[in-house]
Structures are given as structure tokens and as C-alpha cells.
Design a protein. Structure first.
Length: 189
């Protein structure tokens, strides 16, 4: 369970416990990820009551998504409390075996994997490791370390990226966030 807090003008108005699934639904449907702005108000209904805001279709669309969400059992999607990120302990996934392997656990030197570079962008650089796996290291195309915990780059945090890669591929074992030792420092990848 997560603690959901609502503030108005910097003052705590209310708080409640909420499942991670419900918080994700609220984030998807009601809030702008980048600034926390309420999107139902930001999309042009100017904080009108639902009866008046309904004329532009925004409220009805949200209401239908809410009904669909509430009538779909959490287990039907395979995603409740991060279930998409969990593995079946009876049969370790190949990615899990690789993360626990000596090759992944050893100190990796950037100069050794540089030849396996796939590409880079503003959120990090991707390298092929082993034959079947890739890793995104948070160093951008200019060689600057990306602070994935900063407000500006929080959308590229490895745990968030892994979660959405797993969801997009419909495979809880497609991606993992893990800690690697790169040039003698622990780095979340």
C-alpha cells in the first residue's frame, strides 16, 4: 500500500492509503507526469462541475476508463503491486540468471563494452552485453551522467523504464532494473 496525499496551495488537504495499481491509474488518467498538474482541468474544462465539463467529452472519457478499471480484476492484467516485475521463483528467467551471473556481477570497465555500443540519447547509452542482453547506462550522448532521481529526468529512472518495457512487451521477464559495478562504482541500470 502507498500513502496518497493531496495538497492544495502547499497545505495537506487529505491523505489515504492506496494500492500501487490505483495510484498508477490516477497518474495515467488525471495527472501530468512532469508537473503533477490535474489534466482533467488542464484539458480545457476550466474546473467546471462534471455536469458542465461533460459537454466536451473529457469527463465521459475519464468516467468510462474509471468504470473499466473498477470492473477489471487486478489479476486479469497481471499487474497488481508490481506483479509484472516479479519472477516465478520456481523457474528463474534467463534475465534473472544473467543478472546473478559472475559476468554481470564483476566490475565492468566502460572501455571494455564501448565497442558494443548500440546507441545513445539524452537519457542514456545502450550497450550489448553477452549475446542476448542490452543495458542502458545513465550517461547521455555528451558523456554526462544523467541523474535519474532528478525532477527533469525522473521519467527515465531504470525501474520505471523496466516496468513499462515489461508492460509494452507483455512479458514480466523482458526487462529488469539492476545495480551494476561500472568502473568501480555501483550504478542502477
Amino acid at each position: 500500500m502507498l500513502l496518497l496525499q493531496m495538497f492544495y496551495d502547499g497545505v495537506l488537504v487529505t491523505e489515504t492509503e492506496c494500492s500501487e495499481r490505483c495510484v498508477d491509474f490516477l497518474k495515467e488518467t488525471m495527472f501530468n507526469y512532469n508537473n503533477g498538474e490535474i489534466t482533467l482541468a488542464a484539458l480545457g474544462n476550466d474546473n467546471l462541475p462534471p455536469s458542465e465539463a461533460g459537454s466536451n467529452g473529457i469527463y465521459e472519457a475519464f468516467e468510462q476508463r474509471l468504470i473499466d478499471f473498477l470492473t477489471t480484476p487486478a489479476t486479469a492484467s497481471g499487474y497488481e503491486s508490481g506483479a509484472i516485475d516479479q519472477t516465478d521463483a520456481s523457474q528463474p528467467a534467463a534475465i534473472e540468471a544473467f543478472i546473478n551471473s559472475p559476468e554481470f556481477q564483476k566490475n565492468i570497465r566502460m572501455r571494455d563494452i564501448e565497442k558494443n555500443k548500440i546507441g545513445s540519447g539524452s537519457y542514456g547509452t545502450v550497450y550489448r552485453l553477452h549475446d542476448d542482453f542490452v543495458v542502458k547506462i545513465p550517461v547521455n550522448e555528451r558523456g554526462i551522467k544523467v541523474d535519474v532521481n532528478s525532477q527533469e529526468h525522473r521519467n527515465c529512472h531504470p525501474e520505471r523504464v523496466s516496468k513499462y518495457l515489461n508492460m509494452a512487451n507483455g512479458d514480466k521477464n523482458f526487462s529488469r532494473s539492476a545495480i551494476m559495478n561500472i568502473n568501480g562504482k555501483d550504478v542502477t541500470v
